[in-house]
Design a protein around this ligand. Structure first.
Ligand code: PLP
Length: 393
């Protein structure tokens, strides 16, 4: 394998990322190819981004067409693609209004600002506290980082933004105790992704919404990782019979292009006035054209049903291995956002899988995340499971 790029990269990039082991030059469907032509089955989807696989023809065609028509306009003006994507998304989020941005962290920053404005308008600056969960991940910008409930990401960046409180995830009593007159919002992931693919107990989100209602706070759900079909419904909260006041999206929303969104409804949506928030590239026509192709493809090709059935198939396969090998102690997740909890370190397993041509990643020290594209086949899952069992053996 040509490693000369590794030396060049070491010179020119800041050291915020761990050094890469492979350089990828091409993607097609569920596969990516490195600079030596080796092919890998992508079971992380660019971390829950390439939900339709790599270079899906509908997304590529939409981007190509839009690039030749209009690539950028300021939000001083409307553009039809921006509007069409907003209409498509709000079909699945009744009464919602949208602000577009470029990433998950930015979407959460927008939600934090909206929550603060909501608190100010309702009860004055006293109502400014956002209650979030331990183990959560909301992004790396200062507001999103302060909301993130994992101290490992905070170290060396203090002081963080004031006004965040963290409670154990999945514990309604703890949430109730933390929410009060100073709370403007509760911010939760429907399933914690980076925290280790942790599914809360049934009724947690519903209970969270009721706590918010009683306290006069809003419920914000961070669906950056769980949204756009990843867990088998367009948004994960739909499976819980709950509609939050605010929802954030990104990752797979732009089919591989940078695109984020904050959606708000009801009183929360009325908190922003002209001039309160903005983004130069938010609502970019090319990213929105890709987003429109993504959502249309998910719906028109019946991919949600596929996510549910492939998720069940993958889970059953992992559970089979768990029964045969002590190295998997639990399997969790929903749809195609899955995790295998190991009794050994995950990093060497990720390395061994890479050598064998499979991209997987570790979300916690002993947790493997599996989030393949929705177009993966049962045969591809089976081939991976066979190799994983060998590696674990
Ligand atoms: N929120 C969640 C739930 C995420 O999983 C992530 C990224 O992993 C983010 C926010 C941050 O997104 P971005 O990296 O696009 O800023």
């Amino acid at each position: 394998m040509d490693q000369s790029w590794a030396k060049r990269a070491e010179k020119v990039f800041l050291r915020n990322y761990y050094p890469a082991r492979v350089s990828l030059v091409k993607g097609e469907g569920c596969r990516v190819f490195d600079d030596a032509g080796k092919s890998y089955l992508d079971l992380v989807s660019g971390i829950a981004v390439n939900n339709l696989g790599h270079c899906h023809p509908a997304v590529v065609a939409a981007i190509r067409e839009q690039c030749g028509r209009l690539m950028h306009v300021s939000n001083l003006y409307q553009n039809p693609v921006h509007l069409q994507l907003a209409e498509l998304l709000t079909e699945h989020f009744p009464g919602g209004r949208i602000f577009f941005c470029n990433s998950g962290a930015e979407a959460n920053e927008a939600a934090i600002k909206l929550a603060r404005r909501y608190g100010h308008m309702k009860s004055g600056p006293r109502r400014h506290v956002i209650v979030a969960a331990l183990g959560s991940f909301h992004g790396r910008t200062m507001g999103a980082l302060s909301a993130t409930g994992q101290t490992q990401y905070h170290k060396g960046f203090e002081p963080l933004l004031p006004g965040f409180r963290h409670v154990p995830f999945g514990d309604l009593a703890a949430l109730e105790a933390a929410v009060g007159e100073e709370t403007c919002a509760v911010l939760l992931e429907p399933i914690q992704g980076e925290g280790g693919v942790i599914v809360p107990p049934e009724g947690y989100l519903k209970g969270g919404l009721e706590i918010c209602r009683r306290a006069g706070a809003i419920l914000i759900l961070d669906e950056v990782q769980t949204g756009m079909g990843r867990t088998g419904t367009i948004f994960a909260h739909q499976a819980e019979g709950v509609v939050p006041d605010v929802m954030t999206l990104s990752k797979s929303l732009g089919g591989g292009l940078p695109l984020g969104a904050m959606l708000a409804r009801g009183e929360a949506a009325d908190s922003f006035e002209p001039g309160n928030h903005a983004s130069t590239f938010g609502g970019n026509p090319v990213a929105c054209a890709a987003g429109r192709a993504v959502i249309e493809t998910i719906i028109n090709e019946g991919l949600l049903e596929k996510v549910r059935s492939l998720g069940a198939f993958f889970t059953a396969g992992l559970e089979d291995i768990a029964r045969r090998r002590g190295t998997i102690s639990a399997v969790r997740g929903r749809g195609l956002l899955l995790a295998a909890v190991l009794t050994v370190e995950a990093a060497p397993i990720v390395e061994a899988a890479l050598e064998r041509g499979y991209l997987i990643n570790a979300v916690q020290k002993q947790v493997l995340r599996l989030a393949p594209p929705f177009i993966i086949t049962e045969e591809e899952i089976t081939s991976f499971l066979r190799e994983l069992e060998e590696i674990l053996g």
